[in-house]
Design a binder for this molecule. Sequence first.
Ligand code: AMP
Ligand code: GLY
Length: 410
Amino acid sequence: MKVLVIGKGGREHAIVHAVSRSKRVNAIYAAPGNPGMAQLAECVNIKDSDVDGLLAFAKAHEIDLTIVGPESSLELGIVDAFQAAGLKIFGPSKAAAQVETSKDFAKRIMKKYGIPTAAYQSFDAYESALAYVETKGVPIVIKEDGLKAGKGVTVAYSMEEAIQALQVAFAMKENRVVIEECLVGFEFSLMCFVCDDIVLPMEIAQDHKCVYDNDQGPNTGGMGVYSPVHTITAEIVNEAMERIMIPMTQALIKEGCAFTGFLYGGLMLTEDGVKTIEFNARFGDPEAEVILPRLKTDICDVIENILNHQKTELEWDSDTVLGVVMASDGYPASSTSGKVIEGLDAADDMIYHMGTKEEDGKFLTAGGRVLIVLGHAPTLREAYQRAYDNVAKIKCDALFYRHDIGKKDL
Ligand code: AMP
Ligand code: GLY
């Protein structure tokens, strides 16, 4: 098989790495890829937003399977374009990807089909949104509609924070804001391989979204992650499947936009059971980076089978994988680039590149989240130790990281 992976971050590096372990694959291309992936795949210089360019490449190179990483490519309708050309691709159509690309769409479907989630209302204007926040009080959650790379959400604990979030959201001429009840509980990510009504759950991961230790500071795309998560028992996963993941895929079939691809449930275990925080239409990032190293089943078999409407039994490594994100100073508000990174070869476990570039044989920072450094070990405690030992080997004076990934569960 020849496989094309679309994207350039840590998630796609992990997907490429998983594909490279497939016995069936003899060529892997990544578009545009990154310097980390370049050791496993041929990186082709086509942007993940260039749907026509990607399609032309896939045709010319007779790609057997394309796997889409980022939500932005899905929003551009890459799956629709590949399917129209008769090419095999794993990801949702533009219409089905709305579970992620429009928070308003996702909330409407959840409400219509009784899928547990926070109570909410949508607003198009600052005044009415403010009036609603004033009646509801804090804490309250304010989410800008559309794709924001994990950064358009404010959990406001004071009126000042809420007002500031609304001012930022409505500073743009046209915007839509979803305002939600604040849920309290244990957050976790449940991702599934999906094709229409076939839904295969993966192991659970927990992301750490706030930028600083002890969940302080603004939300980010994710600062660290681990899998498995023992707090989330098989019964809880079962409840999440029966009440959330399966009903959502059924709902999308009924709405005329059946889902194919990685369906991500961002879930919260509350006192009233499991509730949905959000859906994503692709693999979680950084969740992919700790879940895929534990998948023992050939990922290409899983995807090919599910596209043929056949289920595959997923086999998992019982070890824990814990990943610490190293981000550029200033992230998520801003970021620096072009700083030299050393010590990448010294780590004992995998490091996935999230935002790097290579110049004259040197790796440089290039973006907000730069690396995710793994620790792979039989227990969470050992995985934590290994991951931070590996982090200590990375030399770069423009990176910071959280020190408490997985600590709550230790
Ligand atoms: P989202 O982009 O919707 O996943 O939101 C980012 C983060 O904000 C989530 O991972 C949660 O930690 C937090 N969050 C979002 N919605 C809620 C909610 N309704 N209640 C409590 N926390 C939330
Ligand atoms: N880890 C959160 C996300 O992928 O959106």
